[in-house]
Design a protein. Structure first.
Length: 185
């Protein structure tokens, strides 16, 4: 009888431990989703600012049509991107296009002194900083989730219930990791 109680107690302890791991995995999965939502909100703010920025620069440099089209196409691709990997690639392309737009703007002193342009420049800089903070939070959440999924014995529970590792949201190279400099003073 006592052997049966010991086996039952061990079985219950294992079951409660597995339930605890499962609940932690669910919590981390939800945290990763919430963190991605934060990135998404910041990216949408950035996407909303870009058309105004293009129109302002266009007023001073209307002959730079190719650059405007590349920014517009990159923005559209970023808006349509689904999944972390596709979003990451689209964001890298958009960042390069925006850098090209600011390189053009630098050639026009009147544009650099335009108050609307300066305000959009400051807004974009603030949004870029918010995106960076959101990326850090997301990547930290992904790290915690992936560690739990890879660690023993939680990997047994994760595999049994089909929990998948999430992808980090990173930029392609070190030069792009810095917030784009948009100051023209």
């Amino acid at each position: 009888m006592s052997t049966l109680l010991i086996i039952l107690a061990i079985g219950l302890a294992i079951a409660f431990y597995a339930i605890g791991i499962y609940n932690r995995l669910v919590k981390l999965k939800t945290t990763v989703s919430e963190a991605w939502s934060g990135i998404d909100v910041q990216l949408k703010k950035r996407y909303d600012l870009i058309p105004n920025l293009i129109e302002t620069v266009k007023g001073y440099a209307s002959h730079e049509r190719e650059t405007f089209e590349s920014v517009t196409k990159a923005r559209a691709a970023a808006l349509a991107a689904k999944g972390v990997e596709n979003q990451q690639a689209a964001e890298n392309t958009l960042s390069r296009a925006i850098t090209g737009l600011f390189a053009i703007a630098e050639q026009y002193p009147e544009l650099k002194s335009n108050t609307n342009f300066l305000q959009m420049q400051q807004d974009l800089s603030a949004i870029e900083q918010d995106i960076e903070r959101s990326r850090r939070y997301y990547n930290g959440s992904v790290r915690d989730q992936n560690i739990l999924i890879d660690s023993f014995p939680s990997n047994l529970v994760a595999n049994a219930f089909g929990f998948q590792k999430s992808a980090f949201f990173e930029l392609e190279n070190e030069g792009e990791r810095a917030v784009p400099k948009v100051s023209f003073k």
